[in-house]
Design a protein around this ligand. Structure first.
Ligand code: SAH
Length: 283
């Protein structure tokens, strides 16, 4: 992203950011545009926004889409958002903790608001992992109604883990769990100063596109287990981390069968190889 943008603090005194809810107001036009562009929005889109805050992204989204459901935990911000957007017919605001909320259940009471299909959000960084898990589901229990796309502004370090390639430093259990369920794209870096107050770390926009995995794991629950075990001790070879589920000689043979050196570490396996390993282990 261009580094020449000037950031102005005026207007950000409107609502004092609260640390307990990980509030950092976005104040960068370039970042807002990057998020909107990544969404590839159409006037038929039904959007979910998590943590609208003072509504800086909400305001951009509303004229572009069919409907917008926003979930905000902070009651004071909810009051402000209601004041700002009460006239908007395509907007519904839910006050509560996104992680606890039964979105489908609540929306069933509002027939004019169908289930959102895309997610667009600058989320609270203290719950990035749980939010992604709620949106995508897990390997063993993928979200049965997957979103068509999920555009998020998150910590750069987490973004790098989501899009990591095998054998790179950032490739870990999170990478496998998320890439098993979704295509992950790094859209752009957003500097800390693009927020008020600036967080300690830089951020990045990512786009996750849920899709079926080919080939899928025969036993997703087992895949979840071996991924966790495989990465449990990062410096160890995979065969040592997996000792408790398989005898070493058998595992060596199996790794050779799927064209892998028996000395590989967990981070060297691609998603397809993890699935293959699991399918051989538990066929
Ligand atoms: N999207 C806004 C605010 C980002 S800060 C902007 O870009 O400026 C994160 C927002 O998430 C805050 O408004 C915070 O109150 C809200 N939030 C924090 N925890 C939440 C939770 N569990 N459920 C819903 N919203 C939450």
């Amino acid at each position: 992203m261009a580094n020449s943008e000037n950031f102005d603090d005026r207007g950000f005194g409107e609502v004092k950011p609260r640390r307990v809810f990980a509030q950092h107001w976005l104040r960068s036009e370039a970042a807002l545009s990057a998020i909107i562009n990544a969404g590839e929005l159409s006037s038929q889109d039904k959007i979910l926004e998590i943590g609208p805050g003072t509504g800086i992204l909400t305001q951009r989204l509303l004229p572009l889409v069919k409907s917008l459901v926003a979930v905000e935990i902070d009651r004071n911000l909810c009051k402000l958002l209601v004041q700002k957007y009460r006239e908007k017919k395509n907007f519904i605001l839910l006050q509560g903790d996104f992680l606890e909320l039964d979105l489908a259940g609540i929306l069933a009471a509002y027939p004019e608001f169908q289930q959102p299909e895309k997610v667009m959000a600058n989320i609270p960084y203290n719950i990035t992992g749980p939010i992604i898990e709620k949106l995508l589901g897990t390997i063993a229990q993928p979200n049965p109604q997957p979103f068509t796309s999920i555009v998020l502004l998150i910590q750069k370090e987490v973004a790098e883990r989501l899009v990591a390639k095998p054998s790179s430093r950032a490739f870990g259990a999170l990478t496998v769990r998320v890439q098993y369920l979704a295509e992950c794209e790094y859209v752009c870096t957003v500097p800390a100063k693009a927020f008020y107050p600036p967080p300690k770390v830089d951020s990045a926009v990512v786009k996750l596109t849920p899709r079926a995995t080919y080939p899928p794991a025969n036993n997703p629950k087992k895949l979840e287990t071996i991924v966790k075990l495989g990465f449990s001790s990062k410096r160890k070879m995979l065969r040592n981390n997996l000792q408790s589920v398989m005898e070493r000689d058998n595992l060596n043979q199996l790794l050779e069968k799927i064209a892998l050196n028996s000395q590989v570490r967990a981070e060297d396996l691609s998603i397809a190889q993890w699935v293959e390993l699991c399918n051989h282990l538990f066929d």
